[in-house]
Design a protein around this ligand. Structure first.
Ligand SMILES: Cc1cc2nc3c(=O)[nH]c(=O)nc-3n(C[C@H](O)[C@H](O)[C@H](O)COP(=O)(O)OP(=O)(O)OC[C@H]3O[C@@H](n4cnc5c(N)ncnc54)[C@H](O)[C@@H]3O)c2cc1C
Length: 431
């Protein structure tokens, strides 16, 4: 198995149940020894959750799987090997059956300055870095003298630009804005109302995944909190201290958070196989056409959506990746004489978005919800979807603490800025 995300984790968990040790040796190649529950990353950025709360340990949960830490950088389909680049050097691993679930990376486009100055929100190190970075900007702004130069720099440090009004950018801005409002007593001369929040998207709606009414509701929540939402606008270029938008405006800012969608893992491009919008083409049973014993799933694969429009792939969501992981496990086991292979079919259960405070929007099973009800549904769904009891208890406990204890606001400074840039944090430049 390549990749320890929702697809890889749930696939291996099911394979461990289906195939006893006498039938199969299971090997996972992955850069981390945990499954990252990414939908709760914005809550790590705000410090509501501890980073470890949403990192489910693989070695405790996948007890029969050998975990090799590293990234697969190439696949030899004739020799049946993968090349692995690990922290301790390179190696070749042989396989009889190969499942590719390397997920996706933040889509950056080719915009000058973005690779060097924008931070994504797809990994734990990025979430932890963004949190520390925002605190550091507020600390520094608080110390600046009240001179023309000091006032200019203060504006830059107190301006946060987020790109992408999908769930990543919208949840990030909404939750961070609420969090900064809640920790104002830390600073002497600046006021949280001095912080300027800007959310930019080329699309004309916020949270388009949730439909026009819930998108409009989210927009109203953001506007009421003073967040400037600029739709139909993108970024033309970025520097360490400014962001130039396509409407011609130049925003002084030292914080650019990039959540403008995802692109399939760059590993897929190295395979020399047919792709659809960068995702590996697969059959409805997740097998790769023309190759024996190779399957792919999740954000990296274009899986026909049999429960919707089969000519379009399933959406890149955890909901699909998790269920495709379980489906692929059955199909792999079937090739070893256990059970029957089946096509992947899952009707979308809807999406939830937590907007911080008591606000949220959600569309479970097509029912549109807003406010505290939506927020409760979102939290309930995450508790249900977190894969271990320990993770559920940790997250629930931290939510409880956050509701009664003072907001946490320490800058732990663990992640270096260069390690938090998208290329390094998400391993984009290895291939
Ligand atoms: C902030 C945020 C919020 C989200 N909210 C939601 C939500 O509310 N609901 C929802 O359904 N979805 C949500 N998603 C999307 C969801 O996280 C993804 O769709 C899901 O993680 C895809 O699962 P996957 O297994 O395909 O990939 P991933 O979960 O991304 O896992 C792929 C794994 O493969 C590893 N990998 C990459 N390349 C290699 C390689 N070459 N070799 C070995 N390993 C490799 C990566 O480290 C990664 O851990 C959110 C995503 C983000 C970032």
């Amino acid at each position: 198995m390549v990749g320890e995300g929702f697809g890889g984790f749930h696939g291996l968990r099911r394979l461990e149940k289906l195939l006893g040790p006498e039938r199969a040796c299971l090997t996972l190649v992955a850069p981390h020894d945990y499954l990252l529950y990414s939908p709760l990353l914005p809550e790590v950025a705000t410090g509501v959750l501890d980073p470890r709360d949403i990192a489910v340990p693989l070695r405790q949960t996948l007890r029969r799987t050998r975990t090799v830490l590293g990234r697969v950088t190439s696949v030899d389909f004739d020799e049946r090997t993968v090349h692995v680049q690990g922290d301790d050097g390179d190696s070749e691993i042989g396989w009889d059956k190969l499942i590719l679930s390397p997920g996706s990376v933040t889509r950056q486009f080719d915009i000058p300055g973005v690779a060097e100055n924008a931070y994504g929100l797809k990994t734990l190190s990025e979430a932890v870095y963004i949190r520390n970075h925002v605190i550091a900007q507020l600390d520094a702004a608080d110390e600046l003298p009240d001179t023309p130069a000091g006032r200019d720099e203060r504006k830059e440090r107190l301006t946060v630009v987020a790109v992408g009004a999908g769930y990543t950018g919208t949840e990030f801005v909404a939750q961070m804005q609420k969090w900064v409002k809640g920790v104002e007593s830390r600073w002497g001369s600046i006021n949280p109302d001095d912080v300027r929040w800007i959310l930019v998207d080329l699309a004309t709606a916020v949270l388009p995944e949730l439909g026009p009414q819930l998108g409009a509701k989210a927009l109203r929540v953001l506007a009421a909190r003073g967040v400037e939402v600029k739709l139909g606008v993108s970024v033309e270029s970025a520097t360490p201290t400014s962001v130039t938008l396509t409407d011609g405006s130049v925003v002084g800012s030292r914080t650019l958070v990039w959540g403008a969608g995802v692109a399939p893992s760059p590993l897929i491009q190295t395979l020399g196989l047919p792709t659809e919008k960068g995702r590996l083409v697969v059959n409805a049973d997740l097998s790769v056409p023309g190759l024996k014993d190779v399957w792919a799933l999740g954000d990296a694969a274009a899986v026909p959506d049999l429960a919707g429009d089969p000519s379009t792939p399933t959406a890149p969501t955890a909901q699909h990746a998790q269920r495709q992981g379980i489906a692929v496990a059955h199909n792999v086991a079937a090739t070893l004489g256990v059970g029957q292979a089946r096509d992947y079919r899952h009707k979308d259960l809807g999406l939830v978005a937590d907007l911080g405070g008591f606000d949220g929007v959600a569309k479970p099973l097509g029912v549109e919800l807003t406010g505290p009800v939506a927020k409760s549904v979102a939290r309930g769904y995450h508790l249900y979807a977190l894969p271990t009891t320990a993770a559920k208890v940790r997250v629930a406990t931290d939510w409880l603490y956050a509701s009664v204890l003072p907001t946490r606001v320490v800058n732990l400074n663990q992640v270096r800025p260069e390690d938090a840039l998208i290329a390094k944090a998400q391993g984009v430049d290895l291939y």
